[in-house]
Ligand binder design. Structure first.
Ligand code: SF4
Length: 555
């Protein structure tokens, strides 16, 4: 017999309900749990398999000191954290995470206020602003049900890869022959449906040109073609839905989507956020919290940094974080993956995995949902709930006061969750400081992030799960291959800022012109930050291998 519990998937911001089956302190199975208001009876493959990272052979269950396992000491993670907070934290700072749940982030926030040290839940100041803006504009977000019954849908970004169950809902609408419009920059499985459904209209443009297209749509200044048809179809629809993927949009793009939405009386606007805890992280963090935390470290004002469930050294601002971390005297990382940041920690403390925790998540539409642990390992792991209970009554009161702004009674795991109101969101999110700076553009080859729909920050660290990822090719638009005489080649050398890698490649029919798409880990290897000057050189094979082809498989 399995021990069963009711939980919420934490592998994207949709917040699907799941049933967790465990036995002997190990995860055995994840099944969908019915919730009419969210995922009905379904979950995606990522939701089914990614939680098994909890039982990965790579999962760290020991304390590490300066990268060395201290298993034989059998340290108690909770006790070691308390010692750190008592002894080393006068000049400390705390970094929570978008993949930690609301209770964990609120606990860390209130702890930071008690200790009078800076706190953020974000490792990227641009992402922090984007998530806060998107959340502040999500008061009338469509549910999965609204998407399924929509009579016109406009999507910006790679929906399958960033919010798979929203893709599934949009497919239901496609099948009913309603007009669906998609703007994508990187390849997405959803775009493949254009081969089957003529009612799917698509525009493929580089990320840095999305705002120009959204401005045309907002100004209604293009009467025929994609823009004009989209405007007419939304205007004539009774239940139109607009969906933006925050990872694919700039701040300005998020604002433009809202302005487009305001042009139409009946449309609903929603955003898929970067992670399951993004919504809660936005409510908890003060304005510009990430930048303030980083600046404090850079100015030498902090000696110790506590990071819980975050991996800033794998994020877009990793260069800045690397330099900042080098200035610290002590880095303490708590996590259930041994991330790039965990490897740099002076003290690493293992934590409970998501399926081993109780907590609260807020999904993309602002639905507050509780989840419960399926089992507890008989190991002294750090647990956010344990930390909360160990804090003084004064801090616990403040945690409860904060949570009371969101719900008087925590929604039960058996309920369908509770939607936040526009007034609640407005009282907790301040976007007045946001600077809508224009995105810098590069004149060279356009580089996009290629996401596999099964990848995600936790699952990627489990070799059993990441091994399911399709072969790691670079995707290249057709004319680059033709212009550079690459048609008879199978591999390409990519060079950027003194780094180079050789990879197999595939032609992508979906990519915009003059573009390539690479998985995030390869972008990191090539040191590609905001602007790149990537160069490529096709490698001629010595012999022709009839079994290989560079013209298939890429989408
Ligand atoms: S759509 Fe997102 S929340 Fe739902 S099962 Fe898939 S990964 Fe989990």
């Amino acid at each position: 017999m399995l021990d069963k519990s009711e939980s919420i998937c934490n592998h994207c911001s949709v917040g699907c309900n799941i049933e967790v089956g465990s036995r002997k302190q190990t995860l055995r199975v994840i099944k969908p749990k019915e919730n009419e208001s969210v995922n009905k009876y379904f979950i995606c493959d990522k939701g089914r398999y990614a939680p098994h990272a909890a039982d990965s052979s790579d999962r760290p269950l020991d304390v590490y000191i300066n990268g060395t396992k201290e298993a034989e000491l059998n340290h108690d993670a909770g006790k070691l954290l308390k010692e750190t907070l008592q002894n080393d934290f006068k000049y400390g700072g705390i970094l929570g995470s978008e993949r930690e749940d609301l209770i964990s982030n609120v606990t860390l926030k209130e702890l930071s206020e008690e200790l009078n040290v800076p706190f953020s839940s974000f490792n990227d100041s641009d992402v922090e602003d984007k998530v806060k803006l998107a959340v502040s504009l999500s008061a009338n977000s469509p549910s999965i049900d609204d998407i399924e019954v929509a009579d016109c849908i406009f999507i910006v970004g790679e929906i399958t890869e960033q919010a798979t169950m929203l893709d599934l809902a949009a497919r239901q609408a496609l099948k009913k022959e309603v007009p669906v419009y998609l703007i994508n920059s990187a390849p997405t499985l959803f775009a493949e449906l254009e081969k089957k459904y003529s009612n799917l209209k698509r525009l493929s443009i580089p990320t840095n040109e999305i705002n120009d297209e959204l401005t045309k749509i907002k100004n209604q200044n293009d009467d025929d073609g994609f823009h004009g048809n989209l405007q007419n179809d939304i205007a004539n629809a009774n239940k139109p839905v607009i969906l933006g993927m925050v990872d694919s949009l700039s701040l300005k793009g998020i604002q433009l989507l809202n302005e487009i939405n305001e042009n139409f009386e009946k449309s609903k606007l929603g955003f898929a956020l970067p992670a399951s805890g993004s919504y809660g992280a936005a409510l908890v963090s003060q304005p510009q919290s990430c930048d303030k935390l980083l600046t404090s470290i850079e100015n030498g004002n902090l000696k110790t940094l506590l990071i819980v469930g975050n991996d800033p050294l794998s994020g877009n601002q990793r260069k800045r974080w690397k330099n900042a971390i080098a200035k610290l005297e002590k880095l303490v990382v708590i996590d259930y993956i041994y991330s790039e940041t965990a490897k740099e920690a002076n003290l690493f403390l293992p934590s409970t995995a998501h399926v081993e925790r109780n907590g609260v998540l807020i999904n993309f539409e602002g639905r507050v949902q509780s989840f419960e642990a399926s089992y507890k390992k008989e190991l002294p792991l750090f647990d956010p709930e344990g930390l909360r209970k160990s804090l003084s009554s004064n801090v616990q009161t403040k945690i409860n006061e904060f949570l009371n702004k969101l719900f008087i009674t925590k929604p039960s795991v058996k309920s369908q969750g509770v939607l936040l109101t526009a007034a609640q969101i407005k009282s907790l999110i301040n976007t007045s400081h946001i600077n809508f700076k224009e995105v810098k553009t590069s004149n060279g080859i356009n580089v996009e992030v290629y996401r596999w729909f099964g990848e995600e920050s936790v699952a990627n660290f489990s070799k059993e799960i990441s091994s399911l990822s399709p072969q790691k090719n670079v995707l290249i638009s057709k004319e680059i291959i033709e212009d550079n005489k690459g048609t008879e080649c199978y591999e390409v050398k990519l060079k950027n800022n003194g780094k180079e890698i050789i990879m197999p490649f595939k032609v992508s029919k979906q990519l915009p012109k003059n573009s390539i798409a690479l998985q995030k880990e390869k972008l990191n290897e090539l040191n590609i930050f905001e602007l790149s000057n990537i160069q490529l050189e096709f490698i001629k094979p010595l012999f022709t291998d009839a079994s290989q082809s560079n013209n298939t498989g890429g989408y």
